[in-house]
Design a protein. Structure first.
Ligand code: PQQ
Length: 256
């Protein structure tokens, strides 16, 4: 018998595995992207803020679809019962709506026609392709990787807190109504993370599965980072791609 042990194949302890997952955020989460520094410190023009709201809409409206894609492959009713709350957070009830409607209130608050934003017409091709890659990943990859890809939410409350403070301090459009989306996420995301982190730590117990979960989370940080790279290139550097929203389009009559 071969006595040489390949340590790379030894499973990580639960604590080591969690630390590796968290390290992905330390190194790669989009809180470190220069667009976020600019947005949160009041450095964005209103054109840049509007471009962010329009493009981020693609992510917002796709999140429940990627969660539905996950549910469609999930055989365990207990897991489905927990996971479906993610769709409820975004879609909400008929009367009140949920995160999606709150995002459109932000769109209106920054002076955009919410019907235009909701149509997705102005979204850049790059944003669409990137977000689509996330939906496909969750639809096609093994369940542990699909679930682990959502764990960027571990790092989201810190950026949402920073965003709420930064928007309120620096922009006239920011008020209780327009930032409601981010306030709700402060309680929704930790609820999702508590369950999903525990599930991933419990179910990815072989080294290959643990590495696949870490790779899934890394992929997701790329999804988030690449969206901001595209946004910067188009609206800070001024290379707006054909067909995408142009500053000045789809304005509400009275712009803030
Ligand atoms: O503003 C952000 O920086 C940010 C990041 C993330 C994330 O880390 O994926 C999400 C959200 N917001 C968010 O609002 C949200 O609903 C959400 C769902 C998910 C997911 O992968 O299922 N991520 C995120």
């Amino acid at each position: 018998m071969n006595s040489i042990v390949n340590h790379n194949e030894l499973p990580l302890s639960r604590a080591e595995f969690e630390a590796r997952l968290r390290q992905v955020g330390v190194e790669r989460y989009h809180d470190k992207h220069r667009f976020h520094d600019r947005l949160h410190s009041g450095g964005c023009t209103m054109d840049e803020v509007q471009a962010w709201v329009i493009n981020r809409w693609q992510y917002q409206c796709s999140i429940p679809m990627k969660d539905a894609a996950f549910l469609s492959r999930c055989h365990d009713p207990d897991l489905r019962r927990v996971w479906r709350s993610r769709i409820e957070d975004h879609d909400g009830g008929v009367e009140d709506g949920g995160g999606i409607r709150r995002w459109l209130r932000l769109a209106e608050g920054v002076g955009l026609d919410p019907a235009y934003v909701a149509s997705g017409r102005g979204v850049m091709p790059a944003t669409r392709f990137i977000v689509d890659a996330y939906i496909r990943f969750v639809r096609d990859e093994p369940p542990v990787a699909a679930m682990a890809s959502s764990l960027t939410e571990m790092f989201a409350p810190a950026i949402h807190t920073r965003r709420i403070d930064g928007l309120l301090e620096h922009y006239d459009f920011a008020d209780r109504e327009t930032i409601a989306y981010f306030r709700h996420r402060l309680t929704e995301a930790p609820k999702d993370v508590r369950f999903t982190l525990d599930w991933v730590l419990n179910h990815a117990v072989t080294r290959p599965d643990q590495e696949a979960a870490i790779a899934a989370l890394t992929f997701k940080t790329d999804v988030l980072w690449a969206q901001l790279d595209a946004l910067w290139s188009a609206y800070v550097d001024g290379n707006v791609p054909p067909g995408a929203w142009k500053p000045g389009e789809a304005q509400l009559a009275a712009r803030p």
